[in-house]
Ligand binder design. Structure first.
Ligand code: GLN
Length: 555
């Protein structure tokens, strides 16, 4: 029987509830438990795939093609486990299922209600994960008191009766703000939030207090007393130097000890965090820094590219450099000369995934500057497509070359719809989604990075390099470095005579892990660091030692 940890949040959003949940996950995996994690999102969309990134941040893609909340990315990176679409549950999915069952007659004429039908469906989704895990950590999105969150909170309340009190642990994250004029941390908001939770019938077992500084023993005692939580269940989660320091901080606060005792897991086993500690030590003391331009549409909201930023960070830790991301709004690169001015002195340029026309010419220019000025370039999905458009225009001389996504009537659609996407009308979940194999070509940088013949990476796109231009692109110096096993689809393209210009139709950022940087990101940042050193005459760091037995990213 799996143990269940239910994480809720109060007072305010953006408290780092996802990081808290993921950190607890890491502490439990480090004790040898098989942990699976799940996010319950109260919004009515079926998944975030159709949402504007400015609303929701990045869409994280799972191996099986689920378009999910970005917190799943944190979970995967912290617990080092590939999660599936079942780990992402929304009100939209729950109601779709309940309504489909009602139409089929599954409820045998009963009145279908939030309690029990909707709550039963939510519980079924939580219990499903328990079939494959020792511990399931379920995070409820939103804050306690939100109207749309009520069915989820009711479901996790009932879960206690279904699985038994001894198998369940409620962890509540609440804000403990510092009020500058009086110089004090204030506990009232946290108390109110616990009261709100108790009014729904949930008594938290542990209270994670988010604040900008550590809570002292006196304050913890006060919160414990007012909230009826055991003193050792009140932990301070103050701002940390790095995201990856949070598991260590929560361990020092004793959160995992408390949870393990509460759930009747073996308290004698201590977490093995040696590799994680090396990672954190290295992450907070990097020596040199590299400047990487990320040219995108949503540069005001870095969360829209969260996994890209994380993957760059992992690669930076590997090479012992700090990666400084320079956010470049694509639509500000209004001309090739402006692009050159903005981009010519960065150490590397990355064009991430994207959709639609806005900023597209700026991205094309960014690829051009990188190609002409020999600046390391990593193009992801749309970043591959703009590199192909740029090359077709300026090297092949096809001045009107474009992607038919942006210019449906272009006479030279070097990037075109995949045949099976022509008739798709629904916008949700209809792309080429999830993991596909990619066959790598010997002697390419891609192959050198991966060191494998076939790799498996996650996709999310509709357009593709048009096959009828393949020979011409290759003839002029683009090297097709990866293809689908049936050779029908171009998956990777690079430039043969460039220090490091590698592009991929998939999203490598989703597979990067803190102690195992994704190979393309690793070599991209390596090439950027080399450029930085050539320009500044500095010596390289020794790469971080990692456990090589776990270093394969394929299969
Ligand atoms: N818009 C492009 C396509 O659908 C690229 C998608 C992406 O970058 N994820 O093919």
């Amino acid at each position: 029987m799996a143990k269940h940890i239910l994480v809720t949040g109060g007072v305010s959003s953006s408290l780092g509830k996802g990081i808290t949940a993921a950190s607890l996950g890491r502490l439990l995996t480090a004790r040898g438990h098989r942990v699976l994690m799940q996010k319950l999102d109260p919004y009515v969309n079926v998944d975030p795939g159709t949402m504007n990134p400015l609303e929701h941040g990045e869409v994280f893609v799972t191996e099986d093609g689920g378009e999910t909340d970005l917190d799943l990315g944190h979970y995967e990176r912290f617990i080092d486990e590939n999660l599936h679409r079942a780990s992402s549950v929304t009100t939209g999915q729950i109601y779709s299922t309940v309504i489909a069952k009602e139409r089929r007659g599954d409820y045998l004429g009963k009145t279908v209600q939030v309690i029990p039908h909707v709550t039963d469906e939510i519980k079924a989704r939580i219990l499903l994960l328990g079939e494959d895990a020792d511990v399931v950590i379920t995070e409820v999105g939103g804050t306690v008191g939100d109207i749309e969150g009520l069915p989820f909170l009711e479901a996790i309340r009932q879960l206690r009766y279904d699985v038994g009190r001894e198998h369940i642990c409620y962890v509540h994250c609440a804000l403990v703000p510092f009020i500058a004029p009086t110089g004090e941390l204030k506990t009232k908001p946290a108390q109110h939030s616990v009261r709100e939770l108790r009014s729904i019938g949930i008594q938290p077992d542990a209270l994670v207090c988010r604040s900008d500084r550590a809570l002292d023993a006196e304050l913890k005692r006060k919160i414990a007393m007012m909230s009826d939580v055991d003193l050792d269940g009140v932990v301070s989660a103050h701002d940390a130097s790095s995201l990856y320091a949070v598991p260590l901080l929560l361990r020092d606060e004793g959160l995992d000890d408390f949870v393990v005792r509460r759930l009747g897991l073996d308290p004698a086993v201590q977490p093995d965090l040696a590799e994680w500690e090396r990672l954190v030590a290295r992450a907070i003391e990097p020596r040199d820094s590299v400047d990487i331009a990320v040219v995108g549409k949503y540069t005001d909201l870095p969360d829209a590219y969260l996994s890209v930023v994380e993957a760059l960070g992992h690669a930076g830790v590997h090479h012992g450099v700090e990666v400084r991301v320079r956010w470049v709004p694509a639509d500000e690169l209004v001309s090739p000369s402006e692009a050159r001015r903005v981009l010519q002195d960065v150490d590397g340029t990355l064009v991430p995934g994207g959709f639609g026309a806005r900023g597209i010419e700026g991205k094309v220019s960014a690829a051009r500057v990188a190609r002409e000025q020999l600046i390391p370039y990593l193009g992801i999905c749309l970043g591959l497509q703009v590199a192909v458009v740029e090359f077709a225009r300026h090297v092949l001389g096809l001045a009107e070359a474009h992607s038919s996504e942006v210019a449906p009537d272009t006479p030279e659609p070097v990037v075109d719809l995949m045949p099976d996407q022509y008739d798709v009308a629904d916008m949700g979940g209809t792309m080429r989604l999830g993991t596909y194999p990619c066959k790598l070509v010997e002697g390419t940088r891609a192959q050198a990075a991966y060191g494998e013949a076939v790799v498996y990476e996650r996709h999310r796109h509709r357009w593709e390099v048009a096959n009828r231009y393949r020979a011409r692109l290759e003839g002029a110096g683009m090297r097709i470095a990866g293809v689908s096993p049936d050779d029908r689809l171009v998956e990777m393209i690079e430039l043969a005579t460039h220090p490091w210009f590698v592009t991929c139709q998939f999203h490598p950022e989703f597979r990067s892990r803190p102690t195992r940087p994704q190979p393309l990101f690793r070599d991209f940042v390596g090439a950027a660091a080399q450029r930085m050193r050539e320009r500044s005459g500095r010596l390289p760091e020794t790469p971080l030692e990692v456990d090589q037995t776990a270093s394969t990213l394929t299969g």
